[in-house]
Write a protein that binds this ligand. Structure first.
Ligand code: BG6
Ligand code: MG
Length: 214
C-alpha cells in the first residue's frame, strides 16, 4: 500500500528542466564546448557539479574554474526562474497534488536542485508538501537513493510505502535503489525502467495511478 507520493520538481511539476538546459547551453557555448539537447539528457536529475563534469566531456579544469563555471551557470538559471509564477506549473500537477492530499496521501518534493526553495516559492506550492528534501541536504545526490530515503524517514513511512514521480533516468534509478515504486514521465528510452510510464501529468488522476498505488 502506498502512503506517500514523492515528486521530483524540475521536469515533473514545472518545466525548469528547459531553463537548466538553456543555462548549461549558454555556458557551453561560451566555453566553446559542443553541447546539444541529446547531450543534455544525461544531465537530467543529476547535481550541478556532476552536470558540469558530464558537460566538460573529460576536458581538464581546475577546481577554481569548475567553481566559476558552476556559479556562472547558476546565475543564468536563477535569472530565468526569477520570472516564474504559479502559471509555470505543468498541466495536471496542481489537480493531482490536491487529489492526493484529499485522499490522505502524504506528498513531498525530492529534488537534486539547491534552488528548490526558490522554485517552490515562485510556484506557491510549498504548503502542499509534508516535507521537502533538496540538493542542500547533506546526502549523496541522485542516482544514489539517499534523498528519497531521507524523505521517507521524515514522513514516517517505509520505502515500500512510497511512490516516486520522476522525469529523469537517474531519478528512477535512485528511487528503485531506495526500494520505492516509480512513475516515469517522458519517453520510454528515458524512463522505461519505471513501474508505470506516462507522457506527463496532464489529465492524470488517482484512478490512472491505481496500478502503482495499490
Ligand atoms: C535537478 C535537475 O533537479 O537539479 C538538474 O534535473 C540540475 O538539471 C540539478 O542540474 C541541480 O540543480 P541546481 O539548481 O542545484 O543547480
Ligand atoms: Mg527532474
Amino acid at each position: 500500500m502506498i502512503r506517500a507520493v514523492l515528486f521530483d520538481l524540475d521536469g515533473v511539476l514545472t518545466d525548469t528542466s528547459e531553463y537548466h538546459y538553456l543555462a548549461w547551453k549558454r555556458l557551453a557555448d561560451e566555453l566553446g564546448i559542443p553541447f546539444d539537447r541529446e547531450d543534455n539528457e544525461a544531465l537530467r536529475g543529476v547535481s550541478r557539479r556532476e552536470s558540469l563534469v558530464l558537460l566538460l566531456k573529460g576536458r581538464p579544469a581546475t577546481e577554481e574554474e569548475m567553481q566559476e563555471w558552476m556559479d556562472r551557470k547558476n546565475r543564468y538559471y536563477v535569472e530565468s526562474i526569477s520570472q516564474m509564477t504559479p502559471d509555470n506549473l505543468l498541466p495536471g500537477a496542481l489537480d493531482l497534488l490536491h487529489e492526493l492530499r484529499e485522499n490522505g496521501y502524504k506528498t513531498a518534493i525530492v529534488s537534486s536542485s539547491k534552488n528548490t526553495p526558490m522554485v517552490l516559492e515562485r510556484l506557491n506550492i510549498a504548503n502542499l508538501m509534508d516535507t521537502v528534501v533538496d540538493g542542500n541536504a547533506p546526502a549523496r545526490s541522485k542516482p544514489a537513493p539517499d534523498l528519497f530515503l531521507l524523505a521517507a524517514e521524515r514522513l514516517g513511512v517505509s520505502p515500500q510505502e512510497c511512490l516516486v514521480v520522476e522525469d529523469a533516468a537517474a531519478g528512477i534509478d535512485a528511487a528503485r535503489a531506495a526500494g520505492m515504486r516509480t512513475l516515469g514521465l517522458g519517453p520510454r528510452e528515458r524512463v522505461g525502467h519505471a513501474d508505470l510510464v506516462l507522457p506527463d501529468l496532464k489529465g492524470v488522476h488517482l484512478s490512472d495511478l491505481k496500478p502503482v498505488l495499490e
